[in-house]
Ligand binder design. Structure first.
Ligand SMILES: [Zn+2]
Length: 312
C-alpha cells in the first residue's frame, strides 16, 4: 500500500517536471496570437482556443513516444567544456552522436525544426498542420525560456532542492494568470538559430539565481512548514509549497518568472511570423477549409495518469 502511494506521489511529481504548468503554456500561446500582424492575426484569431489548448500536447505525447522527452530540455553543462557547441543539429550530431543528444536534450534544435515544419505547412497552405505546428512551436519556445530546462540540476536533485522545478514554472507562474502581459513587439528573426541559442543562454544564466532564492527563502522560513500534502478531486495526493512560501520566493526572484513568460510570448509570435516570411508570405487557407478542422479539446486528449509511469 505504501509503495502504491509513493508511486502515485512520484507520478504526480514527475508530471510537474515536463515544462511550464499547463495553464502558463496556454496563456503564452494565447497571448502570442494577439501579437501577430495581419493577415496572420486574421487567420489565427479564429483558432485562438485551439492554439491555446493544444499548447500542452507535446508534454502529453511524452507518455506514448520515447523520442519526445529530450525535445523539451537541454542539460547544457554536459556540452560546456567539450569544446564549443555547434549551433546546428547536423554538426552537433556528427560531433556527439544521437545517443548523447537524446540523453542530454535537444530543445534548441527542436525549436528550429518546428519553425521549418511550420514553414512547410504555410507553403502547402495546410490549415491543420499550420495550427498543429504553431501550437507545438509555442510549447517548445516556452520550454526554452525556463532556466531549469537548461541544466542537469533540473529539479534541484543535485543540491537537495527537490521540487524547485514545479515551484518556479508552475506554482509561481500561475500567480500571474490574470496579470496583464505587455510583451515587446515581435520581429522577423534574421538568423533563427542564433536567436534560439541566445534565448537558451538567457535562461541558463538565471539558474544560479533560481537556486539561490530557494535556499534563501527556505532559510527565512526557519522551522515554519513550507510544504504540505494535497488531495485532488480524484483522490490523488500531491506535495505543494505553501502560498506564503511561493509568494516569498516570487518576491526574491523579482518578477523574473513573469518576464520570462512575457519574453516567451514575444518570441513564440516572432517564430510563427518568421516561419511565414520564410515560406514566402503565402495566402492563408480560407475560412471554409478551416471550419472543417477537427478541433480536439484538451480534455479529449490522452489521459496522462493512465499512460504515465513511475519514473522521470
Ligand atoms: Zn515541455
Amino acid at each position: 500500500m505504501r509503495s502504491w502511494l509513493l508511486c502515485v506521489i512520484l507520478l504526480i511529481w514527475s508530471n510537474s517536471l515536463f515544462s511550464w504548468g499547463f495553464k502558463p503554456h496556454r496563456i503564452i500561446n494565447k497571448h502570442a496570437v494577439l501579437l501577430l500582424p495581419t493577415p496572420l492575426f486574421d487567420f489565427f484569431k479564429k483558432h485562438i482556443e485551439y492554439i491555446s489548448s493544444h499548447s500542452t500536447e507535446p508534454d502529453q505525447r511524452r507518455y506514448i513516444d520515447s523520442n519526445e522527452a529530450p525535445k523539451h530540455y537541454i542539460d547544457i553543462e554536459f556540452f560546456i567544456g567539450i569544446d564549443s557547441i555547434p549551433i546546428f543539429y547536423k554538426a552537433a550530431n556528427s560531433k556527439w552522436g544521437e545517443d548523447l543528444l537524446n540523453n542530454h536534450g535537444s530543445v534548441p534544435w527542436t525549436v528550429y525544426f518546428t519553425i521549418h515544419k511550420l514553414k512547410t505547412a504555410f507553403i502547402e497552405q495546410n490549415a491543420e498542420l499550420i495550427l498543429k505546428h504553431s501550437a507545438e512551436l509555442g510549447h517548445y519556445v516556452a520550454d526554452l525560456h525556463v532556466p531549469l530546462h537548461t541544466t542537469k540540476n533540473y529539479n534541484g536533485q543535485l543540491t537537495n532542492q527537490h521540487g524547485i522545478h514545479k515551484l518556479w514554472e508552475t506554482e509561481v507562474a500561475e500567480l500571474y494568470h490574470e496579470y496583464p502581459f505587455l510583451p515587446n513587439e515581435i520581429s522577423y528573426l534574421e538568423n533563427p538559430m542564433d536567436s534560439i541559442w541566445k534565448w537558451m543562454w538567457e535562461s541558463h544564466n538565471q539558474v544560479n539565481n533560481v537556486m539561490e532564492c530557494e535556499i534563501k527563502c527556505r532559510k527565512n522560513e526557519g522551522f515554519i512548514i513550507t510544504k504540505s500534502y494535497h488531495q485532488n478531486q480524484k483522490g490523488l495526493m500531491s506535495i505543494k509549497n505553501t502560498v506564503n512560501f511561493i509568494k516569498d520566493y516570487e518576491n526574491c526572484l523579482r518578477l523574473k518568472v513573469y518576464k520570462r513568460m512575457e519574453e516567451s510570448i514575444q518570441h513564440v509570435a516572432s517564430c510563427i511570423y518568421t516561419s511565414w516570411i520564410l515560406a514566402g508570405q503565402p495566402t492563408l487557407p480560407n475560412s471554409e477549409e478551416i471550419s472543417e478542422l477537427p478541433i480536439r479539446r484538451i480534455n479529449e486528449s490522452i489521459n496522462f495518469h493512465e499512460h504515465g509511469s513511475c519514473h522521470h
